[in-house]
Design a binder for this molecule. Structure first.
Ligand SMILES: Cc1ncc(COP(=O)(O)O)c(C=O)c1O
Length: 397
């Protein structure tokens, strides 16, 4: 692990982030982070271009810049640009992959307790419309996916349609061992769909070393990109085998009245229309993160999160984070105040936090007997002083 940013470096990063002010403490990066100025400028510049030139004409002007966004994302992931598809958010990316994976009635969808609510609803829908079964792998004593149970569940690969994993679940601080899961799915030749929504921008990613077939991500969270952006990574070797369930005439060429042909690469999972300003903004966010160094962002986030966890414990909160490997998402409960009471109290002090409810992570939270937690998430822009201010507010409880 590389060294975290120094205080001076953090100050420089904050100086180019308009939301980083003395008044506001933003501890909701897992919800939607604070974009750097360059993201804002890139978006606004393109919105102006559209307003003055016309949307289609403006898109022609920036065609090369739009292509460069694929290259930036691929660079960040250690992938090839043709393995990247643009989407509006992580769920759209995840669904594009999930519903394209062939499933036979009776086959199992393997998942983990901590999989995300939207993904779980898709599993339930697949049970209804495809006759598959959900095989829920529990957590090991550390809270991460139990790899022995997963290996056993993959013993008859023919019975398994897909393995789905939330790399960093929406709450609970956990970083699941994605590469170990990838090793098992590769050995079994079972498609591996990785939800990296909370991982991109927060941890350094190399898809080749993870061995996932699909990776779904969003722009607005730790990547600090615009809302309404996301992408899907689809590994080269699966693109021909697993083809889009719902292509349009951008992902597939309508070559004759009775025939279409998929375009090359992951772009076959895309639709024609999109928010061009936001896509360009996402590219700016990725370039900004790469410029800062994602490894250093990661180590800064981890350090700050540990500081926050110890501060919370000090003032009597119970920290519920799990896993051997922990990230910038910190979840806690207070002995008497509810999660929403704490969030309201923080809001009055201009401290942004969020709450996490059973609806987002039912399998995990029910198994731990919890209905809601307060979720605080840090980034490399978070300072020690901000953490102190947050803890001081809790002291008054
Ligand atoms: C783990 C995880 N997966 C998926 C999603 C969905 O992301 P999006 O809202 O961009 O579709 C979230 C959102 O919070 C999440 O935390």
């Amino acid at each position: 692990m590389t060294t975290p940013f120094t205080d001076d470096e953090v100050a420089l990063i904050r100086a180019v982030t308009p939301g980083c002010t003395d008044e506001l403490v933003h501890l909701n990066h897992a919800g939607s982070s604070l974009p750097p100025q360059v993201v804002l400028d890139t978006q606004i510049e393109h919105l102006r271009r559209e307003a003055s030139r016309g949307g289609y004409e403006a898109a022609r002007d920036v065609a090369a810049d739009e292509v460069a966004v694929y290259t930036s994302i691929a660079t960040m992931l250690g992938a090839h640009p043709r393995e990247i598809a643009r989407t509006e958010h992580a769920t759209a990316a995840w669904n594009a992959a999930f519903w394209s994976i062939p499933m036979r009635a009776g086959q199992r969808i393997i998942t983990h307790d901590h999989d995300y609510g939207a993904n779980w609803v898709a599993f339930l829908r697949a049970v209804e419309v495809r006759g598959v079964k959900i095989d829920q792998i529990p957590s090991d004593p550390d809270g991460q996916i139990d790899l022995d149970r997963l290996a056993a569940a993959l013993a008859r690969p023919d019975e398994v349609a897909v393995v789905s994993l939330a790399w960093i679940p929406t709450s609970g601080g956990l970083v699941n061992p994605a590469a170990a899961v990838g090793e098992l799915t590769e050995r079994a030749s079972v498609p591996f769909l990785l939800d990296a929504c909370q991982a991109v921008g927060q941890i350094d990613i190399d898809v080749a070393s993870i061995g996932c077939d699909f990776l779904a991500a969003t722009g607005r969270k730790f990547l600090r990109g615009p809302r309404g952006t996301g992408f899907l990574y689809a590994r080269d070797s699966v693109i021909e085998r697993i083809t889009p369930a719902q292509p349009d005439h951008h992902g597939a060429e309508w070559v004759a009245l009775d025939r279409y042909e998929f375009v090359d690469g992951a772009r076959r999972f895309e639709y024609w229309e999109f928010d061009h300003a936001a896509w360009l903004g996402l590219g700016a966010a990725v370039d900004h993160a790469i410029g800062l160094g994602i490894e250093r962002i990661e180590s800064t986030i981890r350090q700050r999160a540990e500081e926050l966890r110890s501060g919370l414990r000090e003032v009597g909160l119970r920290v519920h984070d799990q896993g051997v490997d922990r990230c910038g998402i910190v979840t806690a409960t207070h002995p008497t105040a509810s999660a929403s009471e704490i969030a309201t109290m923080f809001s009055a002090e201009q401290i942004n936090v969020s709450t996490t409810h059973v609806n987002s992570a039912r399998a995990d939270m029910e198994s731990r007997g919890m209905l809601s937690m307060v979720r605080l998430s840090v980034h490399c822009t978070t300072t020690a002083a901000e953490i102190e201010r947050t803890i001081d507010v809790l002291r008054t409880l």
